[in-house]
Design a protein around this ligand. Sequence first.
Ligand SMILES: [Zn+2]
Length: 365
Amino acid sequence: MKLQQIILELEQWAPPALQESYDNAGLITGSLDWEITGAICTLDTTPEVVAEAVKQGCNLIVSHHPIVFQGLKRITGQNYVERTIILAIQHKIAIYAIHTNLDNITSGVNRRIAEKLGLENLQILMPIGGKLAKLTTFCPTAHTEQVLSALFEAGAGHIGNYSECSFSTEGKGTFKAGSGTNPFVGIEGVRHSEKEERIEVVLPQYAQGRIVEALQKAHPYEEVAYDIYPMLNTWQDIGAGMIGTLPSAMDAQEFLQYLSKQFHLQAIRHTQPPKKTIQKVAICGGAGSFLIKKSLQSGADAFVTSDIKYHEFFDAEGMMLTDIGHWESEQFTIDLLAEFLQAKFPTFAVLKTGVVTNPVHYFLG
Ligand SMILES: [Zn+2]
């Protein structure tokens, strides 16, 4: 199995273009043409995880957190990042990170957290903006079907749980073929008018290249007319955090107990338990303080996340803000990654790390 094949599947699931601007998801060490002997899934890549991969005969580490975030100026083994990279390169281990792009999709990190809590009616808490575009093209009526199919096949026309969404209007197109052309209809040097359909479809901006290529292949004209507009809409299927409802309301104490049990927690930092019951729950795996306001606005009774600072707890304004720990909140991402790869490559060795990479320990005095 070539590394490229594995990455192709991972990136169809969680496109790297959906990662946040500060992130560094993608291939960090290794080469696309490497033959992969096995993959090991982890939240963090540490020297211990690289050593484990070597021992298990896996030359690919699929990690949620990227080991390298910023540029390295020297690699001398002075810190754990440099030591991890050195060890990976020495042992020819590829490291692939799938981070905020996996946070931002509906089948990613937060979906798994929601499943652990049994949340229903799930929605993205803060849908992303500025990532969609509209494509319009003009096609002779008899060829509309083949052009539409090609556009859908390439990834255009998705709105929520609906696919193959488009709108067409009939009209009349005109053109005059210049010298040296080979027009599909009409003749050189004479204005031609043709019954055409104007087709509109929505597309992710990151897929524009692929979709325009598919359009040009499927369209019968030598010169294909199309326009692409950026859209101001938010993308309801992509974004940070999720919100959903518990099948039945719990009082605050009951909810904390439940949270503790589902995530095997030693401790939960939380704001004053509210008197009202908890049913609407916002979640965000990892550092989620940027979503406190949004959770409040969305009417969440509780927000489950991690890495909350002292002053941020004050912002909860009556909502129960719970900090369950960064590693604890994302721990099931390891299962998520392993299950995805195993389903895509059933005969391939996919392992979950046995190293608990959580750097935080609790002293319960
Ligand atoms: Zn994280």
